[in-house]
Ligand binder design. Structure first.
Ligand SMILES: [Mn+2]
Length: 362
């Protein structure tokens, strides 16, 4: 898979006249080479030349887990020596002459300083070029996300019987993460959110020691990773005597997610999908309480292109994958958010979630 991706990147490099593309640890390196590294304090860089030749500079401790192709050369350094021992050799071997590009949205200053030592001083940003390729998912990528959403749904179902008055948000988050891991999730792509009662009004309120109380709505937003690919789900669940006001707000959010998903068509602008949810919520009188964009792309990253936002005029095309997640947040009182994962297909759309949007009251 990554071999084909490298070919696509090399073609783009020729077209855009880029001699070297330089990758830092993260999802782009994973996408192009299959190598999964997170940013650490030890320098790790991959240099891909337009002719297909690649150069890795890696810490000795990471060398064994590195997958290399026959066109790649590896320079590994010990903690004692540091990467600078290779600066001269790399500069000579790579012979950088033309335009270089870097992941300007991800690169850190010490990585940049190392590039300076190789004589690289005026690179362009390769983020758009790579995003344009990554935004269209292959069937294999979609399958991984499909499995990731299955893990989410099964884990929520397994956790639900344990949610009750007196349990803490932390306990619910711990149970969810345990259930996901037991089903093969590699980890959580973001900190699990369990926001009950007034804490549900914090859109990114990670689980706290707060105990679940009678009448609470609980916003549960959690993610799984299967073979590198992310699933991202939110459900709002009620406990005990849920007030009419909360039920009413829940129904508005439910209408917003259902109508915005139903509206999606190939070729539609992302901002127009956002607009459908905005209108449902505004017409119901809660426009000021829907404080974020409607959704974001998902893939190797939990947040990537395409953003389903009022500012994004790009059109939705087959192979794109993203969340739809309207919410209403009433400060110091409660919040509601519901989130599904959507794929645009040749025939329309596929909702990776099978759970419906009805309010569950435990
Ligand atoms: Mn999300």
């Amino acid at each position: 898979m990554s071999y084909e991706r490298k070919e696509i990147i090399l073609e783009k490099m020729i077209k855009e006249n880029i001699d070297f593309m330089i990758f830092v640890p993260g999802s782009n390196l994973h996408y192009i080479t299959g190598n999964q590294f997170g940013p650490s304090e030890r320098l790790l860089l991959y240099f891909l030349k337009q002719n297909g030749q690649g150069y890795y500079i890696v810490p000795e401790v990471e060398k064994t887990k590195l997958n290399v192709s026959e066109n790649d050369q590896v320079f590994s350094y010990t903690d004692e020596d540091g990467p600078q021992v290779f600066a001269g050799t790399l500069k000579e071997k790579m012979n950088v002459s033309g335009q270089t590009s870097v992941e300007a949205n991800h690169m850190r200053l010490f990585e940049w300083h190392f590039l300076n030592r190789l004589g690289i001083t005026k690179p362009v940003n390769s983020s758009d070029l790579i995003n344009d390729i990554r935004i269209t998912k292959t069937d294999e990528e979609i399958n991984r996300m499909r499995r990731a959403t299955q893990v989410l749904e099964q884990s929520l179902q397994a956790t639900m019987p344990t949610i009750q008055v007196g349990k803490s948000e932390m306990e619910i988050a711990a149970r969810l993460e345990y259930e996901m891991k037991m089903r093969g999730s590699q980890g959580t792509p973001f900190t699990t959110i369990v926001g009950s009662g007034f804490r549900g009004a914090l859109p990114h309120g990670r689980a706290s020691e707060k105990l679940i109380e009678d009448g609470d709505l609980i916003v549960i937003d959690f993610g799984s990773i299967i073979d590198g690919y992310v699933g991202d789900m939110t459900r709002t669940i009620g406990v005990g005597n849920v007030s009419d006001e909360k039920r009413n707000v829940y129904d508005i959010v439910k209408n917003a997610i259902m109508q915005s998903i139903q509206s999606i068509e190939i070729g539609m602008k992302a901002c127009d999908v956002d607009g459908v949810a905005q209108k449902v919520i505004s017409d119901a009188g809660y426009g000021d309480y829907f404080t974020h964009r409607l959704g974001h792309g998902i893939g190797l990253d939990a947040h990537e292109e395409p953003y389903i936002a009022s500012s994004n005029k790009d059109t939705l095309q087959p192979g794109m994958s993203f969340t739809i997640e309207p919410g209403i947040y009433i400060e110091n009182q409660f919040g509601v958010r519901i989130e599904d994962n959507i794929i645009i297909t040749e025939n329309g759309i596929e909702n990776l979630m099978t759970m419906n949007h009805d309010l569950i009251i435990l």
